[in-house]
Design a protein around this ligand. Structure first.
Ligand SMILES: [Ca+2]
Length: 377
């Protein structure tokens, strides 16, 4: 079956799934009663887009996996404004995997794997909407033992610090137990102050700052492959899409007033289930939502809480998808508990990432190249 073969090939190429599971064809999703009515409007075609961020002048900057950054505006997607394609590869899950602007739009940060596969966060000054190439400096690096589970998403939090997501080091099943180890940056969400030191500073109120047995950069841990995460632009809450091993895909949640230190359980737990005879940690923070692989997909793609204006019924809902399934779904979350799950009735293709513009409108990025905006139906 052609579609199945194509999806399988792409999954193999990007390797986001933890096992060799093959995507199965799914029935057309039905819109549930009460769900917002949305449509996807294709606004651009990119080459393997992996990430996007709101940039200067109402633009959205799109990262392409092979190493280019292009700016999306009303006129479409422009020529590359940054090209590091000779510094990265697309082995396994590698490439240019994330980008973020600081709150003043004064600096652009990119997250990529270098030619040795080392995860690298670099910074550029931005002036008048233009990347100042000669200001480039490396902020943080992390060696990666395998080509998968590199994570790589980066976002500024409402606190003005840079958060960095790294997977567990890959290989399947967390062979080194990195998820629960506090002396490695693998399997973690980090929180750093890139402007506060050289090459960066660790915020004093990080949960493990000053702990000789732990890396001070760690904000939360017990993550397998937190491929995409975001902060709610309205509430400041944190949402993480953590890709499962072979059974459970999960969304993790932390409130805006969290002090950090959350243990999301991997690799003792996969979702709410002990993993391979694992023991649930006393401080385990279970996912706010999980789903198995019997129909909804096989590799969660974390999205954003919708804070735009155009789809009124969607405001406040967390929109996400799955790489293998492509259906857009939303969660309604109150006080850290899901009160409703919605099938939004549209399919974004091989959804690998989302982007949010300065107005809170959402864009869906499919690895095949489609960049679509979430519009009212
Ligand atoms: Ca977990």
């Amino acid at each position: 079956m052609k579609v199945r073969t194509r999806i399988s090939a792409i999954i193999g190429a990007l390797g986001l799934v933890g096992s060799l599971a093959v995507a199965t064809a799914t029935a057309e999703p039905a819109t549930r009663e009460g769900a917002a009515q949305i449509a996807l409007t294709e606004v651009a075609s990119a080459t393997n887009p992996t990430a996007g961020a709101a940039g200067p002048g109402g633009t959205v900057w799109i990262a392409e996996r092979a190493g280019t950054v292009r700016v999306l505006s009303d006129g479409g997607l422009g020529e590359p404004v940054l090209d590091i394609s000779d510094e990265t590869t697309t082995d396994g899950e590698r490439g240019l995997l994330g980008l973020a602007f600081d709150p003043d739009l004064a600096h652009l940060y990119i997250s990529f794997t270098d030619l040795e596969g080392t995860s690298t966060i670099d910074e550029f000054a931005v002036q008048d909407g233009t990347v100042q190439q000669d200001t480039r400096r490396t902020v943080l690096t992390q060696e990666q033992p395998e080509t998968n589970h590199n994570g790589g998403d980066i976002k500024f939090g409402p606190d003005g610090y840079l958060y960095v997501a790294f997977g567990d080091g890959g290989g399947g099943g967390d062979p080194d137990g990195n998820g629960q180890k506090l002396d490695t940056l693998l399997g973690k969400l980090l929180r750093i102050d890139p402007q506060g030191g050289d090459p960066y500073a660790i915020p004093e109120d990080n949960p493990f700052a000053g702990d000789p047995d732990a890396r001070g950069e760690i904000w939360s841990y017990g993550l397998r492959n937190p491929w995409r995460f975001s902060f709610d632009a309205g509430s400041g809450d944190l949402l993480i899409g953590d890709v499962g091993q072979s059974e459970w895909e999960e969304i993790d949640w932390a409130p805006a007033d969290s002090k950090g230190g959350e243990n999301y359980g991997w690799s003792q737990m996969e979702g709410t289930h002990p993993f391979r005879g694992g023991t649930e940690p006393d401080n385990h923070v279970p996912p706010v939502h999980e789903y198995d692989r019997t129909g909804l997909g096989c590799s969660v793609t974390g999205g954003y809480v919708y804070r735009g204006d155009t789809v009124e019924d969607l405001v406040g809902q967390y929109v996400y998808s799955d790489y293998c399934d492509g259906t857009l779904r939303s969660l309604e979350i109150e006080n850290g508990a899901v009160t409703a799950e919605n099938d939004l009735g549209v399919n974004g293709g091989e959804v690998v990432s989302f982007a949010q513009d300065a107005d809170g409108e959402l864009y869906v990025l499919a690895i095949g190249g489609t960049v679509s905006r979430v519009d009212p139906a």
